[in-house]
Structure formats: structure tokens, C-alpha cells
Ligand binder design. Structure first.
Ligand SMILES: [Zn+2]
Length: 87
């Protein structure tokens, strides 16, 4: 019986297995002499998640895309107003 990768809930074997791209780890690159962190690479993979986690991930991604769209529209509106004022 598979478990949800995020919350650990047991998923029945006959239930639909929902897969989402989740962060599975990270790799830290250090500079040699100083041992300071120079880069952190996130590693993502497709994992089985439960319905609740899939819904929350989808709504979070949708709200992020929604705010990107609102930002682009606001930027276009500002450019339009500046063009109208110039004439
Ligand atoms: Zn879950």
C-alpha cells in the first residue's frame, strides 16, 4: 500500500494514484578553500500524493499563476496609460 510522499497517509491500492512534481532533495555546492555555500540546487521528482495534498498543491500553483497574470495585466495597463499621456 503506497503512502503519500508529503503527509504519509496510506493510499488504498485500488484508489487512483495521483502523481505530482515534489521536491525530493537538494544538493549543496561548497567552495573549496573557504567551505562557504556557493549554490543550492533543488531536486524534484514525480511522487504519489494523496488527494488532499494534490488539491492544496494545485490551488497554490493556480493562485501563483493568477497573481502572475494580474501582475502582467497591471504592467500592460501602466504602459498603456503612459502611452496615452505622452500623446
Ligand atoms: Zn498527503
Amino acid at each position: 500500500m503506497p503512502n503519500c510522499f508529503l503527509c504519509g497517509t496510506k493510499i488504498p491500492p485500488k484508489a487512483r494514484h495521483i502523481r505530482r512534481k515534489v521536491k525530493t532533495g537538494e544538493r549543496i555546492l561548497n567552495r573549496y578553500p573557504s567551505r562557504r555555500i556557493s549554490a543550492v540546487n533543488a531536486i524534484y521528482g514525480m511522487r504519489v500524493v494523496c488527494g488532499t495534498c494534490a488539491k492544496s498543491m494545485d490551488s497554490f500553483r493556480f493562485s501563483g499563476e493568477l497573481w502572475k497574470g494580474v501582475g502582467i495585466l497591471a504592467l500592460l495597463f501602466v504602459v498603456f496609460v503612459l502611452l496615452v499621456i505622452d500623446q
